[in-house]
Ligand binder design. Structure first.
Ligand SMILES: C[S@@+](CC[C@H](N)C(=O)[O-])C[C@H]1O[C@@H](n2cnc3c(N)ncnc32)[C@H](O)[C@@H]1O
Length: 237
């Protein structure tokens, strides 16, 4: 039996099939949640991307904030530090949620953790003022990503914002892309990244927002690592 089948247990199919070794296996959860390891996976850019993400976090203590899926490393604690009102976090994997709770246990600001599929969130329409998504979209097949974007559009309030930290659009000029071996390795490890590179997330978000009588406002983005990664803040109207 293929190993991944042991991890299916209510998980999104692609998470069990392609990422069991990264997110669902207890030994890998232990292994990857070390700052040097997760930093190496982002070619040394974890703290830089985190530092570019944090200034976009709302400073209004009345705002409801959702971190959509867990991340390795220190980001969740850093977000929570800035949010005296606390923060919601959703992930399909209970062990990832437990890890996030353990890592933030000594912080006074509450972390409300819920097991949910990002493609079908059980939050009411317009629940959040801000949703933070750190390197989730490129791990999703196209249709799952579209459903996740649709759920973000539904659950964000007008006046709210989406902070998206991700791979930048197709990095044709980047050495890691131009060199066939590194491009092949990256695409083997991240099977949905080639699709994400070509996905017009702004257009998908705009389309989904329209279904809910909302629209996109200003977009601010900044790139790092020679435009291999991008942090974007989308404002919702
Ligand atoms: C945010 S992503 C990648 C994070 C990044 N590689 C890091 O750790 O810095 C990883 C998380 O997304 C979760 N995940 C992936 N697809 C999901 C989905 N459809 N619904 C909920 N959680 C999902 C996984 O369980 C995992 O905890």
């Amino acid at each position: 039996m293929a190993i991944y089948r042991r991890f299916q247990d209510g998980m999104p199919w692609y998470l069990a099939r392609y990422y069991w070794w990264a997110y669902l296996w207890d030994k890998s959860i232990w292994f990857f949640d070390h700052q040097p390891i997760i930093n190496a996976i982002l070619f040394g850019n974890y703290r830089k991307l985190q530092a570019m993400t944090l200034p976009h976090v709302t400073t209004n203590p009345m705002h409801q904030v959702l971190q959509l899926t867990c991340v390795y490393g220190e980001l969740t604690g850093k977000l929570l530090e800035r949010l005296p009102q606390g923060m919601f976090i959703a992930d399909a994997c209970v062990d990832q949620l437990k890890l996030a709770l353990r890592k933030t246990a000594n912080r006074p600001n509450p972390l409300h953790a819920t097991r949910l599929n990002a493609e079908s969130l059980s939050y009411a329409d317009n629940s959040f003022d801000q949703i933070i998504v750190f390197f989730l979209f490129h791990e999703m097949p196209h249709d799952a990503r579209e459903r996740c974007i649709a759920e973000i559009a539904r659950t964000l309030r007008p006046g709210g914002s989406l902070i998206l930290t991700e791979y930048a659009p197709l990095p044709e000029k980047h050495l890691l892309y131009r060199f066939p071996l590194t491009r092949w390795i990256i695409s083997r490890l991240e099977p949905f990244l080639p699709d994400f590179w070509r996905h017009n997330v702004r257009a998908s978000l705009e389309h989904s927002l329209q279904q809910h009588g909302k629209s996109l406002g200003a977009e601010i983005h900044a790139d790092c690592f020679a435009s291999f990664y991008r942090v974007t803040s989308f404002t919702i109207k």
